[in-house]
Design a protein around this ligand. Structure first.
Ligand SMILES: [Zn+2]
Ligand SMILES: [Zn+2]
Length: 128
C-alpha cells in the first residue's frame, strides 16, 4: 500500500513537471490510468494534499468548479486562460498588485491571506 502511494505521488509530480498548464485532479487521474497505474480518486486527492503541504505544488482556481494544480515555481503568480483552447500563460503582475492589496487592506481592515486573480480571454492562436 505504502509502495503504491509513493509510486503515484512520483507519477503525479512527473505529470505536473511535463504539463504545459495546470492540471485538474480528473485530468491527473485519467493520465495515471493511461500510464497503467491503478489509482482511485481518494489516493490522488491524498497525494495532492501531501504535495500541497510540502509546497511542491500549488493550487490554481480557474472558476471551473474544480481546482487545478501546478508545480510550485517562483513567487505567487497569475494566469491568462484561453476560453477556446484552454492555453495558459503565466503572468507577472505582482508589482502593481501590491498597490491593490494595500488598498484592499485599508478598505477592509482585513489581514489578507490569499487572493485569486486569473484572466480569461481568447489567445493569439485562437483569434486568427
Ligand atoms: Zn486559444
Ligand atoms: Zn502558474
Amino acid at each position: 500500500m505504502k509502495e503504491r502511494q509513493t509510486k503515484s505521488r512520483l507519477a503525479i509530480r512527473e505529470l505536473l513537471v511535463s504539463a504545459k498548464q495546470p492540471l485538474s485532479a480528473t485530468e491527473l487521474i485519467e493520465a495515471l490510468l493511461r500510464l497503467g497505474l491503478a489509482v482511485n480518486k481518494t489516493t490522488v486527492y491524498r497525494e495532492l494534499e501531501k504535495l500541497l503541504k510540502k509546497n511542491e505544488i500549488s493550487e490554481v482556481d480557474f472558476g471551473e468548479g474544480q481546482k487545478r494544480y501546478e508545480l510550485t515555481h517562483g513567487d505567487h503568480h497569475h494566469h491568462a486562460v484561453c476560453t477556446e483552447c484552454r492555453a495558459v500563460v503565466e503572468l507577472e503582475i505582482e508589482g502593481r498588485l501590491g498597490d491593490i492589496l494595500s488598498m484592499v487592506t485599508k478598505q477592509s481592515g482585513f489581514r489578507i491571506e490569499k487572493h485569486l486573480i486569473e484572466f480569461f480571454g481568447v489567445c493569439e492562436a485562437c483569434q486568427s
